[in-house]
Design a protein around this ligand. Structure first.
Ligand SMILES: Cc1cc2nc3c(=O)[nH]c(=O)nc-3n(C[C@H](O)[C@H](O)[C@H](O)COP(=O)(O)OP(=O)(O)OC[C@H]3O[C@@H](n4cnc5c(N)ncnc54)[C@H](O)[C@@H]3O)c2cc1C
Length: 406
């Protein structure tokens, strides 16, 4: 028994080759995994969540970050709605804050996990194999467990996009916005931030405040800011008709994407348009002021990148050249479930996909019986709400209702 495992495997029900340890194994203890486990446990299913709670948020997001989602859309989900962000603030006597600081959200996620007392095993899952009547999981220390159902709630970590032009730079010279926490290490350095989405722009602000010399370089002709028409959100019932409280997507679309079951019925080509429009690159309304002194070059892309000694030389498409000490990529991510290292090819070849996203049926079922995906990989089926914490409520209820019928 490993010290970092919080559950006792002596309680497991494994007695023979076809018996199982759990009804459901949830891979990933982020907002989706923790919420799903809360709902599954409440229905009496034996479920275990694997992974370090809130690891992606505590280890990969930049320190000092603020949540882009509004407070009402930043709670994890439990069946009685008893463990909301607000309940955490009350219990820990914290002043409610908007926007929500990253550290508060991480502490809230950990508190949520403790309130629920869900079974949690902090070990990572190394491999999932089919093993009738369910699956066999191999954990990081080699221990094997059996489960009837696997729910993949492993987030977007492996899907970071690294444009080809930066391939020749070393991992010390080029990093992704989601792979380092402390931007203060760049104090006094020249840093190019590539992209104009929330993570690129917020990282640029944090770097600037840490005394780095920053330039944002983005393809789009101008930087877009979210919430430019705040008055539209302050018209009482009219605003409620135009925007859902989740605040995912623009006017009108926001209402549709709040109903993932309905979104799923929209033809794929239109659903894709809605999805990409709802999450197009843009910065939160509190960023423009923080970026006033940052150089932002729009309508340009990097055509060449070379290491020159300790420096990096970037050539832009207009021929301009710049020297930097580091390149930070805010270039987003591209879902491709075959890149989850714990899913072997024998399994992924049977997952019906559309462009890296699994094709899912109701209950988040993939084409491999017993294998479910929640969170961002479900966004092409159920729409962009599934990219955000706000989607945990729908995902957990839908998944639990499907599995409790099994
Ligand atoms: C910079 C940035 C800012 C964001 N801001 C917001 C925001 O303000 N509001 C919002 O709603 N969303 C935001 N998002 C989106 C956010 O990623 C999702 O909302 C949220 O994290 C989804 O939760 P999840 O549980 O699916 O994934 P994660 O939070 O990524 O959790 C998945 C977990 O699975 C674990 N895991 C992976 N593989 C294994 C394995 N083999 N074994 C065990 N564990 C494993 C990982 O360690 C990780 O902790 C932001 C994303 C980024 C990158």
């Amino acid at each position: 028994m490993k010290a970092n495992s919080e559950i006792s495997h002596q309680q497991s029900k494994s007695v023979g080759p076809t018996s199982v340890d759990y009804d459901v194994a949830v891979i990933g203890a982020g907002p989706y995994g923790l919420s799903a486990a809360a709902h599954l446990k409440a229905k009496g299913l034996s479920a275990c969540v694997f992974g370090e709670p809130m690891e992606f948020w505590s280890q990969k997001m930049p320190a000092g970050m603020l949540l882009r989602s509004p407070r009402v859309a930043s709670s994890l989900s439990d069946p009685d709605r008893a463990f909301t962000l607000e309940a955490y603030e009350n219990a820990s006597k914290k002043e409610p804050c908007a926007p929500v600081p990253l550290d508060t959200f991480v502490e809230y996620g950990r508190w949520f996990r403790h309130q629920l007392g869900s079974d949690l095993d902090q070990r990572t899952v190394q491999r999932v194999d089919r093993d009738a009547p369910g699956f066999r999981l191999k954990l990081q220390d080699g221990q094997e467990l059996r489960t009837k159902v696997v729910v993949v709630a492993a987030g977007i970590g492996p899907f970071r996009k690294k444009p080809e032009v930066f391939r020749n730079l070393s991992p010390q010279q080029v990093t992704h916005c989601y792979e380092g926490r402390d931007v203060r290490r760049f104090a006094g350095k020249r840093v190019a931030v590539i992209g104009a989405g929330q993570s690129a722009l917020e990282s640029a602000a944090l770097l600037n405040e840490s005394n780095a010399e920053v330039e944002v370089i983005a393809r789009q002709p101008q930087v877009r800011w979210i919430g430019q028409h705040t008055w539209l959100h302050h018209m009482g019932p009219i605003s409620s008709a135009l925007y859902s409280s989740h605040d995912v997507g623009p006017i009108g679309i926001s209402r549709l994407v709040a109903y993932p079951k309905l979104t799923r019925l929209v033809p794929l080509s239109l659903r894709d348009k809605i999805r990409t429009r709802a999450v197009r690159p843009a910065g939160s309304r509190w960023l423009p002021d923080r970026l006033k002194t940052v150089k932002i070059t729009t309508g340009r892309f990097v055509s060449e990148a070379h290491a020159v000694g300790d420096e990096i030389e970037l050539k832009l498409d207009d021929g301009a050249e710049r020297r930097f000490d580091h390149v930070l990529l805010g270039t987003g991510y591209q879902i491709d479930v075959t890149r989850y290292e714990f899913l072997p090819q024998q399994l992924t070849k049977d997952i019906r996909q559309f462009g890296g996203y699994p094709k899912l049926a109701s209950g988040f079922r993939s084409s491999v019986p017993g294998l479910h995906f929640i969170g961002a990989p479900a966004a092409r089926t159920f729409g962009p709400l599934l990219y955000f914490v706000a989607g945990t409520e729908f995902a957990s209820r839908e998944l639990t209702s499907c599995l409790s019928r099994r």
